[in-house]
Ligand binder design. Structure first.
Ligand code: ZN
Length: 335
């Protein structure tokens, strides 16, 4: 009997020792659970820092309620490490409904000495949005729209949404300020927002500093509205050289089907061009600023769906084709 008690005591003592070894790491884990929400987060017992985290979690829940009409599941947990009082806290967010899944990450840099929290924007963090019904074994093409946004963009988004399709909009920084609402809507409707420089000048003759400025300015404008940095860039006129590749330091997306919508403003011609050329893995170039393009989308989307195509954004296309997009590399299709 004594032996048993001693063994049990030894086990308890050793468990307590193990516990205290990891105490710093585990004592603050909080857990929030609801019917459809499961969240793990750390509690710092510091009102300033805790309020940052609470705000983030509450905003995330509110956004999901809004985007998914209360019909969603949410799972959030985190990765945490302490580097001499500077804590890096990375939240992983996963929200899904019947037909859509949103994955996001959010980084907090917390300085426990000064109680300051920086929500990190140095890393080019991006969100992965994808619609669950995408079948990687079925044909797919990416639609891309340059030079917007303007009022025609809304028409295009509506048509895409109607058919559960997506696209990448390479927006101009100079057009963002007047059209913040459209950028917001693109984000809410899970359209991908790409960078098409700030002023649309030809970059091949410009300096590295100028190229960086053109790209960075637009990245920051998009981030300010959507809280997300664009992942992809399309240089103005699709032109690139080694200097541009190095300076933008993002994946460069060009195209392999040019609809020439800017030249002809003819919706039937645009639709015909796409339908006669299309193959699995293509990237189509259009411009969302023209009425003819918006009308062409209404013709072409149902026909492509009929032919078994899925219309997706560039990131979705490469994700489902299992092709990694690398910074400074140029992609014209996903084959
Ligand atoms: Zn352009």
């Amino acid at each position: 009997m004594k032996k048993v008690i001693i063994t049990i005591l030894l086990i308890i003592v050793s468990l307590l020792t193990i516990q205290s070894l990891f105490d710093d790491d585990i004592k603050n884990v909080e857990y929030m659970v609801d019917d459809n929400i499961e969240i793990y987060y750390p509690k710092f017992e510091n009102s300033q820092i805790d309020s940052y985290i609470n705000t983030y979690l509450n905003e995330t829940i509110e956004t999901a309620k809004y985007n998914f009409n209360d019909n969603f599941n949410m799972y959030i947990d985190y990765d945490y490490y302490d580097n001499d009082g500077i804590i890096k806290l990375k939240f992983y967010q996963n929200v899904f409904s019947n037909n859509m899944e949103v994955k996001k990450t959010k980084i907090f840099d917390i300085d426990t000495k000064t109680n300051t929290v920086n929500i990190s924007s140095k890393d080019l963090e991006y969100d992965i949005y994808y619609q669950k019904p995408i079948d990687k074994n079925k044909k797919m093409i990416a639609f891309t729209f340059d030079d917007g946004p303007n009022h025609n963009t809304l028409k295009i988004i509506n048509t895409l949404k109607k058919y559960n399709a997506s696209a990448t909009f390479f927006v101009l920084g100079s057009r963002i300020e007047k059209n913040e609402k459209i950028i917001k809507l693109m984000n809410e409707y899970n359209m991908e927002i790409g960078n098409h420089t700030y002023s649309h000048k030809l970059l091949t003759g410009t300096s590295c500093t100028e190229i960086e400025k053109e790209v960075k300015k637009t990245n920051e404008l998009i981030h300010k509205i959507t809280n997300t940095y664009p992942r992809l860039v399309r240089p103005s006129y699709g032109s690139f050289n080694n200097k541009i590749r190095k300076s933008v330091n993002m994946p460069i997306i060009i195209w392999n089907i040019d609809t020439l919508d800017w030249k002809y403003h003819n919706s039937k011609r645009i639709a015909k061009k796409i339908l006669s050329k299309v193959e699995d893995g293509d990237i189509v170039l259009m411009h969302d600023i023209y009425s003819a393009t918006a009308s062409a989308i209404e013709i072409v989307v149902p026909k492509l769906i009929e032919e078994g195509y899925q219309i997706v954004s560039v990131s979705e296309l490469f994700y489902y084709k299992n092709i990694e997009l690398k910074n400074g590399y140029v992609y014209g299709n996903a084959r």
